[in-house]
Write a protein that binds this ligand. Structure first.
Ligand SMILES: Cc1cc2nc3c(=O)[nH]c(=O)nc-3n(C[C@H](O)[C@H](O)[C@H](O)COP(=O)(O)OP(=O)(O)OC[C@H]3O[C@@H](n4cnc5c(N)ncnc54)[C@H](O)[C@@H]3O)c2cc1C
Length: 420
């Protein structure tokens, strides 16, 4: 029976393996780490005494690969968020608060409502949005977006969250794809959603349970050290960490779903984006759950602060700082000291009482999402006859996100099924 070997149990690999298992294909999923999830994972933190994620992950209700995948693995109810699109902000310099609230339908009348649009949003922003949707491959967001008050109060937090890059470096094209699939489709497609209990509980454990129930083999803690090649240039075998080789039969396929730094070592001839961007998260264990700035919305954007976003889950308040290469070099206690007063102010807490905190530095959170690197993304899918590529860094048209990863995994699985 034809078997597909999936290498890497991040979102792309899990997405591919689930799609294959669903179609009845024999699957083996190889993961180097002792647990699945890759850059989207959770663990129990002994000091905080609770489960935390490696970082806050936000998805939008318009992310259709996320919805399809969670429905397949029986976890559709494990994302939570408001019933209507709403993203609250606070300006740390002035204390001013507002919320961006796109209306449900496609006709964007929210842009003419002062209670729903970002402060200062006007014709320059509408014109910039149109320019953005038509952006060329070389364009950065910094060139296209207006320089008025909405730059710092709306566009910058949005771009940092989606692209993990500052405006002047971030490629415009992938951001345009996100806007087309979310904001341009109305508020129903841009409700902010987060994992209910943890990333593992929503994205990882149900996928592993699904794979187990469908007879897939999951090999955690098994690193693929190398690929062996046939004379015709296609892959012949996977070489494991212990030195043993797993040969591929004529109808077998392999899907490489590893991060770009590993793809570069396994496939030296494959174009791979260069350089990574860090994300720093700080998880504070509060004495008790803090009230959400807008009830039912578990996050708030901070303007003019070191902390970019604060997410709330029970008594955990978690800060995200994106494009954080410099901050990742700062000692954890100094990061905590810098962001705690901002968190306290945003949530209306007493800044004098600093709660226990855990800093998680993800130095390789995403590839550096510049125009130059867009050109280096290989197509998601075929690399040889029997080897397929997946991962957030492949050319999905989207930024490096869960949605992009899942789509790349799905595409690779579809190709493996067509040819098996
Ligand atoms: C802190 C942080 C915050 C983020 N926030 C968001 C967000 O808000 N919204 C969003 O949509 N996305 C967000 N992302 C991005 C998202 O997490 C990634 O795009 C996605 O998880 C990437 O999945 P992947 O499967 O492509 O790669 P990975 O998650 O890197 O998975 C690759 C897997 O391959 C394994 N592997 C590596 N080498 C080998 C080998 N030789 N053999 C076998 N296995 C191997 C790795 O251990 C890993 O498990 C965030 C990322 C981080 C780090």
């Amino acid at each position: 029976m034809a078997r597909t070997h999936v290498i890497g149990a991040g979102m792309a690999g899990l997405g591919a393996a689930v799609a294959l298992a669903r179609a009845g294909r024999a699957v083996t999923l190889w993961e180097a780490a002792p647990r699945a999830g890759g850059r989207c994972r959770s663990h129990h933190d002994a000091m905080l005494g609770c489960v935390i994620d490696n970082g806050n992950h936000l998805v939008l209700s318009g992310n259709r690969a996320v919805s399809d995948h969670l429905a397949t693995i029986g976890a559709a109810d494990r994302l939570v968020g408001p019933a209507e699109a709403c993203v609250p902000f606070v300006d740390m310099a002035t204390g001013r608060r507002w919320a961006v609230r796109p209306n449900r339908g496609r006709l964007p009348w929210w842009l003419v409502s002062a209670a729903r649009r970002p402060p200062g949003f006007g014709w320059a922003d509408v014109a910039a949005s149109v320019r953005l949707l038509r952006a060329g491959t070389e364009a950065t967001l910094g060139e296209l977006l207006p320089t008025g008050p909405t730059r710092a109060g709306f566009w910058e937090p949005l771009v940092l969250a989606v692209m993990n890059a500052p405006l002047d470096a971030a490629a415009a094209r992938p951001m345009a794809a996100v806007l087309r699939e979310t904001f341009a489709r109305g508020g129903a497609a841009c409700r902010p959603l987060v994992a209910r209990a943890s990333l593992a509980d929503t994205f990882v454990d149900p996928a592993l349970a699904y794979l187990g129930a469908h007879g897939a083999e999951v090999r955690l803690g098994r690193r693929i050290q190398g690929l062996e090649w046939r004379g015709d240039g296609d892959v012949a075998a996977l070489r494991l960490d212990g030195g043993e080789a797993v040969g591929l039969g004529p109808d077998d396929r392999a899907i490489l779903a590893v991060p770009p730094s590993i793809a570069r070592t396994l496939l030296p001839d494959c174009p791979v984006p260069e350089g990574d961007s860090a994300i720093v998260n700080v998880h504070f264990r509060l004495e008790r759950a803090a009230p959400e700035p807008v009830p039912g919305v578990p996050l708030v954007g901070l303007v003019g602060a070191a902390a970019h976003w604060v997410f709330l889950r029970g008594d955990i308040a978690s800060v995200t700082v994106s494009a954080a290469d410099a901050l990742a070099e700062v000692p954890a206690d100094r990061i905590v000291a810098a962001v705690w007063p901002e968190v306290a102010a945003a949530l209306g807490l007493d800044a004098a009482v600093a709660p226990p905190a855990r800093v998680v530095k993800e130095r390789r959170a995403t590839f550096r999402q510049t125009p130059a690197n867009q050109a280096l993304r290989p197509p998601a899918g075929r690399y040889g006859h029997r080897l397929l590529l997946a991962g957030d860094w492949t050319d999905t048209g989207l930024p490096a996100t869960i949605e992009g990863s899942l789509r790349s995994g799905r595409r690779a699985a579809d190709l493996a099924l067509q040819n098996g």
